[in-house]
Design a protein around this ligand. Structure first.
Ligand code: NI
Length: 259
C-alpha cells in the first residue's frame, strides 16, 4: 500500500486535469491521498474534494504565507468545516522565515492560535517549518500538542530526534531524490521507518526523474523507492509501513473498496 500523506489537489494548478491526476494516482497504486488546505477557501475546496472521492481525505488551516489575510470570522468558519468526517488534521500551520510572505510576528501569533484550535478540535497537526526550526520546536513544545507531523522535513537528524521524542512523525518529500540533498537523505537513513511518512507536496517539489514538471501524487513511488534504496529495504516495505503510519496518525480506516 502506498499513501501520499500531503498534496494540494485543491490548488489551481490542478484545475485543468484534477480528475485525471486522481485517476493516475489510483493506477500507480496510491491508495489514499491527504489533500492539505492552506487558507479558508482552499480548505473548503479540499473538503469538497474529499467528499467526492472515497480515497481522499482533507485537512484545514491557514498556511504561514496566508495568515496576514485572516479576519475574525476565518477561524469560526474553519471550526465549522472541521466537523466533516473527512477532515483528519489541522494544518498546514507553522512558520516560514525563508520567504517571510507574512510578517513574522503575525506568523507567530497565528501559529499559536491555530495550535490551540487543533487541541480544541482534537485533531493532529501538520507543521510547516522553513528556516524557523528552533522557534517552531519551542512553540510546539509549549503548546502541549503531541500528535502530528513535521511536513516536508528540512531539519537535520538531531532535530528529527527532538520531533520524534515529542510524539511527531517526520515526513519525507521528493527532495530526498535530489543528488545534493544530503541532510534529508541522512534523516531518511537514520530515522526508523516507524516514524516516517512520505509525501509529494504536489504541485510542488517534484521528485527525480520528473523534475521540471508539475508534481502529482502518482510520483510518490519515486520517493518510496529512494527511501528504500537509502535504507536497504524493499520499496514495498517502505510503502506499507509509511502508509500504516499515515493511517494511524490521521485515523484513516482501511476501506474494503480501496486497495
Ligand atoms: Ni504543503
Amino acid at each position: 500500500m502506498l499513501i501520499d500523506s500531503h498534496a494540494h489537489l485543491e490548488m489551481k494548478e490542478f484545475n485543468p486535469d484534477r480528475e485525471d491526476v486522481i485517476e493516475r494516482a489510483r493506477q500507480a497504486g496510491v491508495s489514499y491521498i491527504v489533500t492539505v488546505g492552506t487558507n479558508l477557501a482552499l480548505s473548503r475546496k479540499a473538503v469538497s474534494l474529499a467528499r467526492q472521492h472515497e480515497n481522499i481525505y482533507a485537512t484545514i488551516g491557514v498556511h504561514p504565507h496566508d495568515v496576514a489575510r485572516v479576519d475574525s470570522k476565518t477561524f469560526d468558519d474553519l471550526c465549522e468545516i472541521a466537523r466533516d468526517p473527512k477532515v483528519v488534521a489541522y494544518g498546514e500551520i507553522g512558520l516560514d522565515f525563508f520567504r517571510n510572505i507574512s510578517p513574522r510576528e503575525k506568523q507567530i501569533e497565528m501559529f499559536n492560535l491555530q495550535l490551540e484550535l487543533a487541541v480544541q478540535l482534537k485533531l493532529p497537526v501538520i507543521i510547516h517549518d522553513r528556516d524557523a526550526h528552533e522557534r517552531t520546536l519551542r512553540m510546539v513544545k509549549a503548546s502541549g500538542v503531541r500528535r502530528g507531523v513535521f511536513h516536508c522535513f528540512s531539519g537535520d537528524y538531531s532535530m528529527a530526534r527532538q520531533c520524534i521524542e515529542l510524539g511527531f512523525y517526520i515526513s519525507i518529500p521528493g527532495v530526498v531524490t535530489f543528488d545534493n540533498a544530503k541532510t534529508i537523505q541522512d534523516v531518511a537513513q537514520r530515522v526508523p521507518l516507524s516514524s516516517l511518512l512520505l509525501e509529494t507536496d504536489a504541485p510542488y517539489l517534484t521528485p527525480a526523474p520528473h523534475r521540471g514538471k508539475r508534481n502529482e501524487p502518482s510520483f510518490i513511488i519515486n520517493t518510496a523507492k529512494k527511501v528504500a534504496q537509502i535504507k536497504g529495504l524493499p520499496w514495498e516495505e517502505v510503502a506499507d509501513v509509511t502508509a500504516r503510519n499515515t493511517m494511524n496518525l490521521f485515523g484513516i480506516e482501511a476501506s474494503s473498496n480501496i486497495k
